[in-house]
Design a binder for this molecule. Sequence first.
Ligand SMILES: [Zn+2]
Ligand SMILES: [Zn+2]
Length: 339
Amino acid sequence: MPELRKDYFNERFVILKRGEWTARQKKKTSDAKNCIFCPGNESKTPLSDLVLASRHGTMLKLSDMPEEYVQDWVVRVIPNQFPAVSEDSPKKYSDPPLYSEPALGYHYIVIASPKHVNFEDVDTDQWVNVLSIVQDKARWLYAKKNVAYVAIFLNQGRDAGASRAHAHMQIMTLPVLPPTIEKESRAVQKAMRTSGGCPMCQIIEQEMKGSRKFLETEAFFSFAPQASSHPFEFWVFPKAHQISFLKASQKEIMDLARVLELSFKALAKVIGDLQFNAILHTSPEKRTSRQIHWHIEVYPRLGGFDGFERGTGIYVNTVAPEDAVKALRDVATKILKGR
Ligand SMILES: [Zn+2]
Ligand SMILES: [Zn+2]
């Protein structure tokens, strides 16, 4: 029977309508020949001001020079050629009800591997490189003007909004705090005032005892949220109450890298053609009154029901989170045993 579930503290509803579900055939990754993110095609992209490259066994942070691109790189951060926000936005403001302001900001792409691969093929060591570079760039961006929030996310696959096949992440600054983070921080603030504790810590504690656990490591815990809006959705939280991804230590980054590698490998094995969005939720660095317990939310894209969701704000999910994590856990255990 269908069941209506509500998100832990947001006004977000999901109708759980358990149904038949089949894995999609994994598509062949498109040709690397015309890929501008692949090594050899650096000149077809804007110059990079942050390139991670291994030289004589040491990782160095370098930048491209005009006509002189850093070769043999490991991670490459480039300005988005088609940015959603820009420092050059015309300075036009208008008042409500026709409110508008310039979409000022910076929009970068992090090429997550020198190989033409999907995220399920990115290994732990490479994840460490990627996450460290993302931390670096985000810290640098928070020092800039007109930056209220640095959004960090990744899209893989056309259904998830990615236009290129090569694994990449995006870093985009916003002149305003995104409503999702604003809402989460308000819920945290309210709970801190009334019950004295972080509500996300309480959810972690509760989910650790329940049937929606996915992976647990020394520092991280992942689970399928009880009102999963998408099939096979899962969230990854630091177990300790931490407010900022930017302050995660190298040891924690290594731990997180292991979790991400295993999660995406398991996800790809279970759902076949892996198309998904992953979004980092972290506290804005400049406003201490808007703190949350940072985490990553992963939304696999299997298609369906978009119009209804857009029109009503209510999601329909055909895979119960309890069943989804069971499939994911089984596959993750097999992957670990095979190592
Ligand atoms: Zn490529
Ligand atoms: Zn917490």
